[in-house]
Design a protein around this ligand. Structure first.
Ligand code: ARG
Length: 486
């Protein structure tokens, strides 16, 4: 549930590099938050390496913002994090093909409906799942927090033996069908159509009994924006502009752009040409990953040194605090620390910490704990004679540490530090869970867009491997240099 509220990197339409928090934006800008896993409503356009969220909803939002004289900024989150984001005032409105339901209306305000959709059953053609009765005894996937999840629950009250599997993103749901872990899924018609076109082994059937569910824009309770938005929406409806956008996005789905070959069940045919145009997009995650890793290593080293010095001072309270700190940060999962720092900081301090900042802070705190032990070992391994000599010559403690002991300790522990850096580099993939679009997350976005999974992930794996190899090589060069300078 924590990760669901994945607020992330903001993307000012057209300018994809700004890392800004919603609250820091001036009043001339409206912040929309969406869950870009939902082509053709909203999804990442990865062609040419640009990080841009596009789709039916985004077009409408742009028109609304323009008509009302605002600039538009788009943030993303998993679907079930959208309403919490509004409640935390991290965004001005949600557009995510969201249907007004009584429960949601208790927490947010809605605009008028701008598009009607129906639920469908998506399943492999061979399985013949076409009506809700067919779902008896089957494993059915839905996106967490959606009305499809609720509807599936209602259906399972009538049809016996349905097992539900809730996943964070729609592409994951589709992937689970393809790998045979679930038998089918409940997905909205326009979205289902795109996935079925890209995956010829899948088909979808509209569930007839289901009443249509419309999409509307959600706002924080009491928002001043509801009225002006409704006015413009109504105008767009009357002028047929909405219909035009619907035709643009819904008649030619993005899926048709991909040349997906059906994968025989059980077989795995990899085709990297499918992700060729998206490679620049994935590569763009590298600088962020490197920046993140180097910053965390550097700060972690400083923090670890401070901690290790505390540990060897012999001053009881310092020793105790440093040891307690280390045991807490080594004794709890890094992923948990990351989520806590990211989600708790705004509540505890009022500071709206960005995902990247939260990542660097957590990794620094965590690796500091590990490094402090390594450095302590390194310091204690320096020959006692060095300390005694320095002391007998009257060198002050601080100078002795800085000039004599620490440099020798660092030289000794270099291999351990390289290990730590490699670990951090790979663990940096964890920050994708709070929405930093680094290498792994970029690969997942491409996968979601192309309705495929393995190729982008394998490619991401290759990038990590090459980076780690580069790191190892440069470390051994450094080590050789240091040894020669002895
Ligand atoms: N219309 C459904 C709902 O409101 C599903 C929306 C899912 N949207 C998304 N961007 N994934 O629950």
């Amino acid at each position: 549930m924590l990760f669901a509220a994945t607020l992330t990197i903001c993307i000012i339409t057209g300018n994809s590099h700004s890392l800004q928090a919603a609250s820091s934006v001036g009043k001339d800008t409206l912040t929309m938050i969406t869950s870009p896993d939902y082509p053709p409503y909203e999804f990442y356009d990865t062609q040419g390496g640009e990080r841009k969220i596009v789709g039916f909803d985004v077009d409408i939002a742009n028109t609304l913002a323009k008509e009302l004289g605002f600039k538009l900024q788009i943030m993303e989150s998993d679907f079930n994090g959208l309403i919490p984001a509004l409640q935390a005032n991290r965004a001005d409105f949600v557009m995510a093909g969201m249907t007004p339901t009584p429960e949601r209306q208790k927490n947010v305000d809605f605009s008028i409906i701008y598009y009607e959709a129906k639920d469908t059953i998506v399943a492999p053609k061979t399985s013949n799942l076409k009506q809700i009765q067919d779902l008896a005894g089957k494993k059915i996937g839905v996106q967490l927090g959606t009305i499809q999840e609720q509807n599936a629950k209602k259906i399972s009250a009538k049809v016996p033996g349905i097992q539900l599997k809730q996943l964070n993103r729609v592409p994951e749901v589709i992937q689970e069908i393809k790998s045979g872990r679930i038998d089918g899924a409940i997905v909205e018609d326009t979205v289902a159509k795109g996935f079925a076109q890209a995956n010829p082994e899948l088909e979808f059937t509209v569930i007839p009994s289901q009443e249509a569910s419309g999409s509307a824009i959600a706002f924080p309770k009491g928002s001043q924006l509801v009225e002006p938005f409704n006015k413009v929406l109504q105008q767009m409806k009357d002028k047929g502009e909405l219909q035009k956008l619907a035709t643009k996005w819904f008649s030619q789905t993005t899926a048709t752009k991909t040349t997906s070959t059906p994968t025989a069940k059980g077989g795995l045919n990899l085709d990297f040409t499918r992700i060729l145009p998206d490679i620049p997009f994935i590569l763009k995650g590298i600088p962020l990953t490197l920046l993140f890793t180097l910053l965390s290593v550097f700060l972690g080293l400083i923090w670890g040194t401070v901690l290790s010095l505390c540990k060897i001072t012999g001053i009881k309270p310092l020793v105790w605090v440093a040891n307690a700190y280390t045991s807490v940060f080594r004794g709890t999962p890094l992923l948990l620390q990351l989520a806590l720092v990211y989600y708790a900081t705004p509540q505890l301090t009022g500071y709206d910490i960005s995902a990247l900042e939260a990542g660097v802070l957590t990794f620094t705190l965590n690796s500091g704990a590990y490094m402090s032990e390594t450095i302590r070992g390194g310091i204690q391994a320096v020959d006692k004679g060095q300390t005694e000599a320095a002391m007998s010559m009257g060198v002050p403690y601080r100078l002795m540490m800085w000039d004599i002991i620490l440099p020798q300790a660092l030289k000794n522990i270099l291999p351990a530090l390289v290990n730590e850096t490699i670990g951090l580099l790979k663990d940096s993939a964890l920050v994708s869970t709070i929405g930093v679009v680094e290498i792994l997350r970029s690969a997942q976005i491409v996968g979601a867009n192309k309705y495929i999974y393995f190729e982008p992930l394998l490619f991401a794996g290759l990038i990590y491997y090459v980076l780690v190899m580069g790191l190892t090589k440069s470390a051994s060069v450094l080590e050789r240099r240091l040894r020669q300078s002895e």
